[in-house]
Each structure stands twice: as structure tokens, then as C-alpha cells.
Write a protein that binds this ligand. Structure first.
Ligand code: PLP
Length: 454
């Protein structure tokens, strides 16, 4: 690999690699960036060009790239063992990590089921919720459906797509999906009920409460992205909505599954988004930031009550017959343990506070730009929605690919970002300092300005 030139590698990529969420006919035409290494909040391509990692390598990076402490934790584990199965065997780092996850999670969660991606963490939550009620007794035999939110994103496997609701990604697979009940995710900028927050009195939550009640007898669980719906366009929940949904689930005997895959591990300024409104879910999905952005890993946490519902004699067939090959992998676990230790050691959540305050100020400046429809942010993440007409909120023509233009402009200014349609996503590693954040935001500001001007 050592003597290969950039052009050779580009050729290999074009010839052999099919990229995720990518129109490959565009990819083949465009100039693509090949990343060779990383350092802190920066990515370097094979030609030595330096970029700020403005989306944390797709929402995962916490402590920066090539971090010496994470590296040495990994090397230490590497010299012991990289992987042995969790099926019928235990291992050291996955046990240590489980305790640490329970320690930082909402208090009622007691058990950790490992897997390897956000999608699988959702599959597990959904299957467990379904099986739990199958085993609970004949009185619950009708509880088979999952309630999910409109425009939700929970991953790309068929179960997680079933509970997803992004037309562009999901509609083609409809014949393969299971049926769900839908509540409306609040989207205040384009309110589905044509109301205005806060005068609406959280009408959307009242609607959701009704739906939950009507479908209580046939539904086993409700899954939702708390405080922030990610892939649908960084849509933030109005205060109080999540608490009302939690209440409605509890009152109607429906398990509440929080998908914290994007929001977990400090992203929203709290360790988990659940803490913004003191939510006690029955299950919680985590992935993305769990290893600090180093290795694929996921976990689904459950209450004691759910766990106990799977206990019995082997012949009772209450076993949860589910497990991915690399579940509880030692390298990923060791890395996640170190990452959590670093959260504590550096008081990262506290350290982020002034950075988040500065982030809020810098985002306000974007409001001056002609085509900024909405700016949504929580913690160290934001979505800036670009529109053709600020007054009418009319979007740009899809063919204009204005979000994509911003991304290309940003590259020229030393910044890597990835949009969601016409929503510019900003999600730097949690360790970013104020001055680098200022550089990042001013590059994005200029990139947006240049993109909307022609
Ligand atoms: C990214 C994401 C997923 C899927 O995670 P993968 O690791 O890509 O499978 C699920 N839910 C949410 C909220 C996400 O942001």
C-alpha cells in the first residue's frame, strides 16, 4: 500500500467501491476526497490537504481523531485479544463497559444487549418489545404493533426501515415492511397542523396522545428520536413534547423505546437527550458516539422488568434468539470504556458548555443571510434549513441541489460537511475549541452565501 499514488487509489475506489447513500454516476464524475489520516478535529487527504471534520465523520466522533489515549487503550487490548464471541462466553471489556453504560443511562435501565450498528440496536429493541408481550400472557396477545413517528430515521435494515418514515429513503421498500401506527413528529418551522408554537399549546402532543390511546390495545411499543430527529433534517422537539409522549406511553401500557443513536454520548449537551426532560424509557438504543467514533458498536439497554420477562426454563422458549457475530467485541468495548473514562476525566460535558454558548451566537449570524429559513440546534449540533423564499418558506427546486453546493464550497474552504437535502448539518467533534468552531462556522457561512448567490 505504501508506494501507491493518490491517482491509483482514486482509480481503485471508482472501479470497485459502491458508496452508501450516494448516486454513483455523480460520484464517478466528481472530484472525490480520499482521507488518509486524522488528527484531533481535522481530516487529511492523501495529498496532505487539511479539513475540519464538520460532521464528526457522520455524527460519531467525540474526542477527536487519532487520539493518543484511545489509541493506547486499543493497542493494549489488541495485545491481549481482538475478538472472542459473546455467545456462550463472557469477556473483560464488554462486562466493564456494561456497568459504565448502566451508570450513565437513565436510572431504570439495568441490562445491556450489545450489537454493532444503530440499525441493529433498533431491531433488537423492536424484537424484544414484541416478544416481551408475546410472553407476558394471553391478556396481551393483541399487542403486536409498533408506534413510530412521521419522518423518523432509525437505520437501514428492514425492521428499522419499517419504523422509519423518510419517503425518499423508505417508500420503495413498503411492500417488504411491517405495518406501524404513526404519530406526528413536531416540526415547528413547517407545522403539520399549521399552528404556531407556543400558541399551539403543543397540539401535536395532544394528537399523539389520542393516537397512543386509540391504539394502546394493539401496540407493544413506541419508538422515537428524543429531542432531535436527525436524518429527517435536524428537527428539534419543542420543550414538553417528549414528556407528554412518555406519560401517554406509561398511562397506556406501551413500552417507550428511545433511539439515542444520534443524540447519545454528549451530542445534545447532556450525556443522553433523555435527560433534557428526565425521561425514563423502557429501552434505549445507542451506537454512533459509543466508541468515541472509532469502531462500530451498539447497545440496547432494557429495564429489569423486560429482562425478567425472558427468564424461564429453556424449554419455555423465552430465550431471545438474537445475536450478531461481533456482538460485544473486545476492541470496540475497550475503546468505549476509555471514551467514557475520558468524558469524566476531562469533564467534557461541562467543558462543552461555553463552546455550545458560542455555537448559539455564531448560528444567530446566519439569520442575516437571505435564504436561511430556519436554524435548529441543540447542544453541539445544528441544522440550517435553506429556502428559496424566506417569507413563504418555499424550498429551492430539488434539482438545484443547493445543500450539495454548500458542501462543495465548504471543501474549498477546508471544511467537510454533509447535508440532508437543503438542510446544512453542523456537528463537529465534541472536543472542538471555540476558535476552531469560529473558523468552521465562518467557512460554512461563506459557503452558504456563495451557494445561494447563483
Ligand atoms: C444513524 C442512526 C441510526 C442507524 O445507525 P447505523 O449505525 O447507521 O445503523 C439509527 N437511528 C438514528 C437516530 C440514527 O441517527
Amino acid at each position: 500500500m505504501k508506494n501507491m499514488q493518490g491517482a491509483d487509489i482514486e482509480k481503485l475506489d471508482r472501479e470497485f467501491v459502491w458508496h452508501p447513500f450516494t448516486q454513483m454516476s455523480d460520484w464517478e464524475k466528481e472530484r472525490n476526497i480520499l482521507i488518509e489520516r486524522g488528527e484531533g478535529v481535522y481530516l487529511y487527504d492523501i495529498y496532505g490537504n487539511k479539513y475540519i471534520d464538520g460532521v464528526s465523520s457522520l455524527w460519531v466522533n467525540v474526542h477527536g481523531h487519532n487520539n493518543p489515549e484511545l489509541n493506547s487503550a486499543l493497542k493494549e487490548q489488541l495485545d491481549k485479544i481482538s475478538h472472542s464471541t459473546l455467545l456462550g462466553l463472557a469477556n473483560v471489556p464488554s462486562a466493564v463497559l456494561a456497568e459504565k453504560l448502566i451508570e450513565i443511562a437513565p436510572k431504570n435501565l439495568k441490562k445491556v444487549f450489545y450489537s454493532d450498528s444503530g440499525s441493529t440496536s433498533v431491531e433488537i429493541a423492536v424484537k424484544v418489545a414484541f416478544q416481551y408481550f408475546r410472553q407476558k400472557g394471553p391478556a396481551y396477545k393483541n399487542k403486536k404493533k409498533i408506534i413510530a413517528a412521521t419522518s423518523a430515521y432509525h437505520g437501514d435494515t428492514l425492521g428499522s426501515v419499517s419504523v422509519g418514515g423518510i419517503e425518499l429513503f423508505h417508500s420503495i421498500y413498503k411492500p417488504l415492511l411491517f405495518e406501524t401506527v404513526r404519530i406526528t413528529y413536531p416540526y415547528c418551522y413547517r407545522c403539520p397542523f399549521n399552528l404556531k408554537h407556543p400558541d399551539c399549546g403543543l397540539y401535536c402532543a395532544k394528537e399523539a396522545e389520542k393516537i397512543i390511546k386509540v391504539h394502546a390495545e394493539e401496540s407493544c411499543a413506541l419508538i422515537i428520536e428524543p429531542m432531535l430527529q436527525g436524518a429527517s433534517g435536524m428537527i428539534t422537539m419543542p420543550a414538553g413534547y417528549m414528556k407528554k409522549i412518555e406519560r401517554a406511553c406509561k398511562d397506556n401500557g406501551i413500552l417507550l423505546i428511545l433511539d439515542e443513536v444520534a443524540t447519545g454520548f454528549g451530542r445534545t449537551g447532556e450525556m443522553f437527550a433523555a435527560f433534557h426532560e428526565d425521561i425514563s424509557p423502557d429501552a434505549m438504543c445507542m451506537a454512533k458516539g459509543i466508541t468515541g467514533g472509532y469502531l462500530p458498536m451498539a447497545a440496547t439497554l432494557f429495564t429489569q422488568e423486560i429482562y425478567d420477562g425472558f427468564l424461564g426454563n429453556y424449554q419455555d422458549n423465552k430465550t431471545f434468539f438474537h445475536g450478531h457475530t461481533y456482538t460485544g467485541n473486545q476492541l470496540a468495548s475497550a475503546c468505549a470504556v476509555k471514551s467514557l473514562e475520558m468524558f469524566k476525566k476531562y469533564g467534557l460535558l461541562n467543558k462543552m458548555k461555553p463552546v455550545i454558548a458560542r455555537f448559539n451566537e455564531l448560528l444567530k449570524d446566519f439569520g442575516q443571510l437571505e435564504n436561511i429559513g430556519d436554524i435548529r440546534n441543540i447542544g453541539l449540533t445544528a441544522g440550517i434549513e435553506l429556502v428559496k423564499d424566506k417569507e413563504t418558506k418555499e424550498p429551492f427546486e430539488a434539482g438545484k441541489r443547493i445543500g450539495h453546493k454548500v458542501v462543495l464550497n465548504a471543501r474549498e474552504r477546508g471544511v467537510i460537511i454533509r447535508p440532508l437535502g437543503d438542510v446544512v448539518v453542523v456537528m463537529p467533534p465534541l472536543v472542538i475549541d471555540e476558535s476552531t468552531l469560529e473558523t468552521l462556522m465562518s467557512a460554512i457561512y461563506d459557503s452558504v452565501k456563495a451557494a445561494v448567490q447563483n
